[in-house]
Design a protein around this ligand. Structure first.
Ligand code: PGA
Length: 250
């Protein structure tokens, strides 16, 4: 079944105390009567405390990344097993900042997806074109290739653990948002691409989130589009009031 989801990607923000404050604020301000699944992704060092803190709430915790290998000599890295062992069952994979600044290629991402699925983790798989791709009218090709090379090796049964997040790079943290029509056009294309490869049921059931400068002011219109099933929120997820308004807009 397709779900409504609003996820907050905190990126490299909030120390331990600030994390606790924001979580308390969210518990206070988030509406309890929404049907959407709510997810927050604090930094690695604050994941365990976030899981504890949110135990009796309907807010789930995700990691922002993980390593593709089970264990080994990979200084500074975190494995799927480590995440699972502290109660984190969801992971963001393929964020454009990981692709751009940490050289995560489609092949690496495909491995990460496989490892996460092996551990029964929910994968929020991110992808999206850069500004130049759109200017060159290559955005559909780029997105199709990212899906094919990073994700389309998985089996039909794996799709119940997959959430897609379309994030045009030119809209991330720039204040510039894709118009609701641009988002819908791309989301429809993404669903069609999934349909061609995996069939109608999987295409209709998968949740496709939009990410890129979603704010309280534009969330309602973007979320109203038929193929937009929620959002992956960066900057506006760092303020409980804004995030709550976005969740209420779903
Ligand atoms: P933004 O980030 O909302 O700050 O644009 C979105 C994201 O990177 O997931």
């Amino acid at each position: 079944m397709r779900k409504k989801i609003v996820a907050g990607n905190w990126k490299m923000h909030k120390n331990a105390e600030e994390t606790e404050d924001l979580l308390n604020d969210l518990i206070d301000k988030l509406p309890n009567d929404v049907e959407a699944q709510i997810i927050v992704a604090p930094t690695f060092v604050n994941l365990a405390s976030a899981v504890d803190h949110l135990e009796f709430t309907n807010i789930a915790v995700a990691a922002q990344n993980m390593h593709q290998t089970e264990a080994g000599a990979f200084t500074g890295e975190i494995s799927a097993d480590m995440l699972k062992s502290i109660g984190v069952n969801t992971v963001i994979i393929g964020h454009s900042e990981r692709r751009a600044y940490f050289n995560e290629t489609d092949a690496i991402l495909a491995n990460k997806v496989s490892t996460a699925l092996k551990h029964d983790m929910v994968v929020i798989f991110c992808f999206g074109e850069e500004l130049k791709d759109r200017q060159d009218n290559q955005h559909f090709n780029v997105v199709e290739n990212q899906l094919r090379d990073g994700l389309f090796h998985i089996e039909n049964k794996d799709w119940e653990l997959i959430v897609l997040a379309y994030e045009p790079v030119w809209a991330i943290g720039t204040g510039e948002t894709a118009s609701p029509e641009q988002a819908q056009e791309m989301h429809e294309f993404i669903r069609e691409t999934v349909r061609k490869r995996y069939g109608n049921t999987i295409a209709e059931d998968v949740s496709i989130l939009y990410g890129g400068s979603v704010k309280p002011e534009n969330a309602g219109e973007i979320f109203s589009k038929p193929d937009v099933d929620g959002g992956l929120i960066g900057g506006a997820a760092l303020k409980a009031e804004d995030f709550s308004k976005i969740v209420s807009a779903i």
